[in-house]
Each structure stands twice: as structure tokens, then as C-alpha cells.
Design a protein around this ligand. Structure first.
Ligand SMILES: [Zn+2]
Length: 269
């Protein structure tokens, strides 16, 4: 069995490092300097701490991993693609597209269903969006998501290579579109025809419901355009969008690791 963990981790760390360097050189927005705001360190320990715990939780919940499931399904000839016998390039392309569409709809459901929103709001409560926000997902959301993907891999018979490629791309795009950067105007105008750009995804992180209820895609922009959730601009300019969730103000308790882990179980004041 191939162990893709190290390959994935290597690519992930490389993309993260590039994003952090570009964010430092050309930041799009500044971190809040309000008195009650979390310090840079508190926020980063929280965001990186939760990705570590989430990664570990996913491993424990599904020790065989998505790649292991995919290999087993190929062996047993389970799932749609194993029955269809399409050329492998087509199977891989369709697998990537269908998994990406699934993640788009999963994201919409995490906003729509109140119980799921309790988990996903941990991601949205970040009052500043940067590459580390792209990693900040509650462990229970990550575990739920890995089971959703596992079911899709079984039903579709997604080959292991496509699973690895999809996971690498999904993580890479999450780091890219959450990065605190702004692409040059002309580059951005062309990029947003295909991909979710930082400016577009910051609209999804707005405190206004109308705006956060848009731009759900993680990689390509097509799903938002196809399913009517595309939003080209917010009511405020990119620099002034109020990011985060009103009920979780810019406070240390809402940014440290314990605060993030217990956020879904906290009662509203
Ligand atoms: Zn969201």
C-alpha cells in the first residue's frame, strides 16, 4: 500500500510557506490592533493547533485513510468507475470534478443546517482571514467531511491516485484562497473566471448573511456560478469588509485553541 502522507505533507508545507512569505511581503489587510483582539501568537497557535488536532482526529476516525479505501474498492471492483472502465485520464478528471462539487455542496450544507453550522462557525469566527484560516476547521467537521468523502470514494470507485491528487489540490486551494493577499487587478480579473480568488472568498467571510451565503467554492468558481451562489463584489470594498461572526467578537477567548475546540458547545450569551 502506498503511504501518501509524506508526499501530501511535503506539498502542503511548501504551499503554506509560499503563502506566508507572500502574505508578509504584500498583505491585503492588517490584523486588528483593538485592545481586546487576540495577539498574533494566540491566533496562530489556535489555528495551527486545531489543524494538528483535526488531522489526528481524522486519522483515528478512519485509520485506513481515503487512499486505503480507494485501493480496496479498486481491488474489489466496487463503485461506478470500476464498472465503467473509462480511460484512466477521464476517470481521474471526472473524479476530481465530482469530488469538488461534493465539497461545494457539503460547504453549503454546513452553512444551512444549524447543527453543522455550530461546527463550521469555528472557521468563520476568525476575524482576520489568512492562510492559517484555511486550516482552521473543528475536528468534528473534518471527521464528518472525511466520512462524506469516503462514501463518495466507495460509490464512485475513485482511484487512489485521484484521491491523493484531490486532497493535495483541496488543501492547496484552501491555503491559496484564504491567503491575506490581493492579486494584481488584471491577474485577478482573469483568475476569477476560473478559480476562487482571495477577494471573492473574503466576501464569503463577511459578517453579512447575504455575503457569507455566497462564494462557497474552494477551488474552481464554476459551482458557485452554476448553482447561483456567485457574488462578484461585497457592499464594502475588499479592505473594509467586516470579517468574522458578530456573535463571536474579536476576542482572545474566541481565538485560542481551547476557545476554538469548545466554541460549538458554547451557549449564546
Ligand atoms: Zn463557509
Amino acid at each position: 500500500m502506498i503511504d501518501d502522507t509524506f508526499i501530501r505533507l511535503g506539498i502542503f508545507i511548501s504551499i503554506l510557506a509560499i503563502m506566508i512569505i507572500v502574505e508578509q511581503a504584500f498583505p491585503a489587510r492588517q490584523l486588528s490592533t483593538k485592545k481586546q483582539a487576540p495577539t498574533k501568537t494566540t491566533r496562530l497557535i489556535g489555528n495551527f493547533g486545531i489543524v494538528f488536532i483535526s488531522g489526528l482526529s481524522a486519522r483515528l476516525a478512519l485509520p485506513i485513510g481515503l487512499t486505503g479505501i480507494a485501493l480496496y474498492c479498486t481491488q474489489q471492483q466496487w463503485g461506478l468507475f470500476n464498472l465503467l472502465n473509462l480511460p484512466s485520464w477521464l476517470t481521474i478528471a471526472l473524479s476530481l470534478l465530482l469530488l469538488d462539487m461534493l465539497i461545494y455542496w457539503q460547504h453549503r450544507l454546513f452553512h444551512k443546517i444549524p447543527l453543522l453550522w455550530q461546527l463550521h462557525k469555528v472557521h468563520h469566527a476568525d476575524s482576520h482571514v489568512d492562510a492559517s484560516t484555511g486550516l482552521r476547521f473543528h475536528p468534528l467537521e473534518i471527521v464528518a467531511s472525511i466520512f462524506v468523502k469516503a462514501i463518495a470514494v466507495i460509490l464512485l470507485g475513485v482511484p487512489a491516485f485521484a484521491v491523493i491528487l484531490f486532497e493535495v489540490l483541496l488543501n492547496g486551494f484552501a491555503l491559496f484562497n484564504h491567503a491575506n493577499i490581493r492579486l494584481p487587478k488584471k491577474v485577478e480579473a482573469v483568475t476569477r473566471l476560473i478559480l476562487m480568488t482571495q477577494i471573492l472568498h473574503r466576501i464569503h467571510h463577511s459578517q453579512l448573511f447575504k455575503e457569507s451565503n455566497s462564494n462557497y467554492g474552494f477551488s474552481v468558481i464554476w459551482w458557485d456560478r452554476l448553482f447561483g451562489s456567485y457574488s462578484a463584489e461585497a457592499t464594502k470594498p475588499d479592505l473594509e469588509i467586516d470579517i468574522g461572526i458578530k456573535e463571536f467578537p474579536d476576542a482572545k477567548d474566541n481565538a485560542n485553541l481551547l476557545g476554538l475546540l469548545f466554541m460549538p458547545f458554547k451557549r449564546k450569551k
